[in-house]
Structure formats: structure tokens, C-alpha cells
Write a protein that binds this ligand. Structure first.
Ligand code: CMC
Length: 401
């Protein structure tokens, strides 16, 4: 009653007051807790930025050391969870494995499950309750890379690797992904750093579809593992986290630079989608895309250039000059980083996982903010505008025409 206009796709609905991430989509500005993304990419690390996003301030040296230790310490998963991941088919999409594995983990930590207590157990200002929340945060960030590496290896029929000690977050991840048993194996420092920068760039992006899903799910007071699993499911789609995979499939289908004009014409006829372009919030270039380009230069020096790079550059150049895309303010988003992942040797369908793992940080920052908000959590229950039949009477099956 009283509702006349449905805001399809939430184009004009704000559901939270937030202090986490600021985006000015017209100016191409992205800041985490006030810090420009360019400064963080240059000077910070993914885990330091994770601390910033979740707790609101850059950590002191001892706070960072504690946070890193806790996260890395919680990287190990129970042997049963390994068994669970092994039960997937060799050709299962790794996002399906990751999504399920997060939900599965929730069954281990009943103390973290507000549903079992019938109320919000995460209370502002209560030390024990905040410590309980911190523990779930360490577990979820720590185990994200382990579960991702398991999703990768299960498809190759390879044994899982226990998270190593004394490596960075991305170093440990690369080690678990590809460690072949050599002694003193050390991931290439340039690739380790490049992945860390990409993780930091993907750590948060305010209330996109997946973060909103985490909050919507979390607003029923479900446990954070289930909420993160819901976020993964939302991210999986090709309009969101699946776009980095779709970009490469699109470039492969275009094949070579000469085919770009015909492809763009098909996009304009709405027969094809130009993946990696367009954004709900950015109406100019996504500021992360410049950092992705610089990171690509560093990676390609080690790995050699990706054969699709020329096609990607031709596509970029042609689209940026074309009236159709200019009028609609369509510019490259962050999803061209798929070219870097490909050069690093990650399989195509693993790309959304490389988005989901660092995004666990942002999801948790939003979840924590919501759970601890003043006045408590309000369940998210939007309204609809009913446009169906008015009342009609039931017709027995033999009387229906
Ligand atoms: N290719 C061709 N036309 C497009 C594209 C595109 N990639 N994106 C938007 N448009 C057109 C759209 O058809 C519409 O045209 P018209 O007004 O004539 O109907 C106009 O531009 C406005 O677009 P919209 O559909 O209203 O934009 P939206 O905010 O609803 O959708 C989007 C945003 C990201 C889903 C969309 O741009 C898209 O599908 N992009 C390709 C997929 C992609 O790269 N997704 C990753 C987004 S960034 C990372 C992330 O957050 O996951």
C-alpha cells in the first residue's frame, strides 16, 4: 500500500549508512576508509588493507603482526573439509566448490552461529563477543586461500598442500596451488606481489551485488560462513565476478584485432555483450583499471605477453572511440585483470575464485559493520508492487479448460 514505483535493480535505493568504501563514479575515485586506492596499491598489502577495511584504521606494527599471524594460523582446514572437497567431480566449477565449502565450514563452528542462540551474539562493546567475531574473521580470511587451492587441485586429482609457515598471504596461496614438492620452494616474488596488489584492488567495492547478498543473508542473523557462501554464489554470475572469466572467453571468440570492429557491431545490435566494460557506479574509467595495467606490465616481464593482449588493446581503443559506448559512458572495469591471471597460468574458470577470495575481506567488513550497528540488526525485507490476479476461486482439475 502506498508503494507505486519499484526500484528495479536498486538504482536509487540506499540500504545502509557505511564508513567503509567511498566511490565517486563520475570522477573515477575509489577510497577505502578514506585512503585513495592508488596509495594503498602502492604502499600497503592485502592483509594490511584487510585490517583497515574491517577495523576502520591502519594497524600499528604490532596490530598488523597479530592480525597476520591469526589469519595465517587459521589457514588449515579440518581433514573432513578436505574430504568434502574431494567429493566433487573433476570438472566441477571451482566456484561451486568454494561456495559449498564455505557453507560446509559453518557446520564446524556452532559457537559462531547466532541462529542457535536465537539472537544476535555479536554485541557492540562486549569484549568476548567481539573476540568471537574476530575469530570468525581470521578463520574465513585464512581458510579462503586454502579452500581455493583445494578447489584448484581437486580437479587435477592432486593431493592438497598444508598451508606453509612463514610465507605471505599470496605467497602461501601460490605455494598451495602449485607446490610440486621441491624443497625450499619459493613463489616468484614479482608474481606474489602482483597477486597481492590484485587482491587489494578486489578487497571491497561497497554495496555491489555480492556484498548486498552477504548483508541480506546476514540480516536474518545466520552464521557468517553461510552469509559468505551466499556472497560467493552472487559473485559467481557473469555480470559480476564471473565477468573476468567472460572477458577471456570473449577475447578468445574475437580471436584477433581485425575481428574487433565486427564484434563491436554485434554488441551494438545487442547480439553480444562487451564483457569487462560498463559499471553501475563508474561512468568513467574504473580507477583500478590503471593499476591493473601497471601490474600487467610487471607480470608480463616474467611470464611473457598474453597472446590475447593485442586483441584486448584493439578492443579497448575501438570501444573508447565509438559513439555508442561514449554516449552510454561505458569504460573498462577491473575485469581485464583476467589477462594477468591467464599469463600467470591460472585456468579460466578459476578467475572468479581469484575475485571471491580477496572479496571475503570486504564482505566481512560490511557484515561486521551491520552486526555491530547502533540499534542492532534490522532484517532486510524489501517490498514489492503486486501486479498479479485479484481474488479468484479455485477450479477443480476436471473443470479447467
Ligand atoms: N556492453 C554493451 N552495452 C552495455 C554494456 C556492455 N558491457 N554495459 C551496459 N551497456 C549498455 C546497456 O545496454 C544500456 O544501454 P541502453 O540504455 O541503450 O539500453 C546502457 O549501457 C546502460 O547500461 P545498464 O544495463 O543500465 O547498466 P547497469 O548498471 O544495469 O549494468 C553492468 C552494469 C556491469 C551489469 C553492465 O555494464 C554489464 O553487463 N557489463 C558487462 C559485464 C561486466 O563486465 N561486469 C563486471 C562489472 S565490474 C566488476 C564487478 O563489480 O563484478
Amino acid at each position: 500500500k502506498g508503494l507505486r514505483v519499484a526500484d528495479k535493480g536498486f538504482l536509487n535505493t540506499a540500504v545502509m549508512r557505511s564508513t567503509i568504501t567511498y566511490i565517486d563514479g563520475d570522477a573515477g575515485v575509489l577510497r577505502y576508509r578514506g585512503y585513495p586506492i592508488e596509495q594503498l596499491a602502492l604502499h600497503s598489502s592485502h592483509l594490511e588493507t584487510a585490517y583497515l577495511l574491517i577495523y576502520g584504521a591502519l594497524p600499528s606494527a604490532s596490530q598488523l603482526a597479530t592480525f597476520q599471524n591469526e589469519v595465517m594460523h587459521h589457514g588449515v582446514v579440518h581433514a573432513d573439509a578436505e574430504q568434502f572437497c574431494r567429493s566433487f567431480r573433476y570438472d566441477a566449477h571451482p566456484m561451486a566448490i568454494l561456495t559449498s565449502a564455505f557453507a560446509y565450514l559453518g557446520s564446524y563452528y556452532s559457537e559462531a552461529n547466532p541462529s542457535l542462540q536465537g539472537q544476535n551474539i555479536y554485541t557492540r562493546g562486549d569484549k568476548a563477543s567481539l573476540a568471537l567475531m574476530d575469530k570468525q574473521i581470521y578463520r574465513l580470511i585464512g581458510k579462503a586461500t586454502t579452500l581455493a587451492a583445494m578447489a584448484y587441485r581437486v580437479r587435477q586429482g592432486r593431493e592438497f598442500v598444508t598451508p606453509p609457515k612463514n610465507l605471505s598471504y599470496t605467497g602461501s596461496f601460490l605455494y598451495q596451488m602449485d607446490h610440486l614438492g621441491e624443497e625450499n620452494y619459493v613463489p616468484n616474488p614479482v608474481l606474489e606481489k602482483a597477486l597481492d596488489v590484485l587482491f587489494l584492488l578486489h578487497a571491497d567495492h561497497e554495496l555491489n551485488a555480492s556484498a548486498t547478498t552477504v548483508l541480506q543473508t546476514g540480516s536474518s542473523l545466520v552464521d557468517p560462513y553461510s552469509a559468505i557462501a551466499a556472497g560467493c554464489a552472487s559473485l559467481y554470475g557473469p555480470l559480476h565476478g564471473g565477468a573476468n572469466e567472460a572477458v577471456i572467453r570473449m577475447l578468445i571468440s574475437i580471436g584477433k584485432p581485425e575481428n574487433v570492429p565486427a564484434f563491436l557491431e554485434a554488441v551494438k545490435r545487442r547480439e553480444k555483450v562487451l564483457s569487462g566494460f560498463g559499471h553501475r557506479v563508474y561512468k568513467t574509467s574504473d580507477p583500478r583499471s590503471f593499476i591493473v595495467r601497471k601490474t600487467a606490465d610487471d607480470v608480463f616481464k616474467i611470464t611473457g605477453k598474453d597472446e590475447l593482449l593485442e586483441t584486448a588493446m584493439a578492443l579497448h581503443e575501438a570501444a573508447m572511440k565509438d559513439e555508442y559506448f561514449i554516449q552510454r559512458k561505458l569504460a573498462p572495469n577491473v575485469d581485464f585483470c583476467g589477462l594477468i591471471y591467464r599469463a600467470m597460468g591460472f585456468p579460466l574458470d578459476f578467475f572468479p575464485v581469484l575475485f571471491a577470495v580477496p572479496r571475503v575481506v570486504g564482505w566481512l567488513a560490511h557484515w561486521r559493520q551491520m552486526m555491530l550497528q547502533e540499534g542492532g540488526v534490522k532484517i532486510w525485507r524489501p517490498r514489492q508492487i503486486y501486479v498479479g490476479e485479484t481474488k479468484r476461486d479455485y477450479v477443480p482439475i476436471n473443470e479447467r479448460v
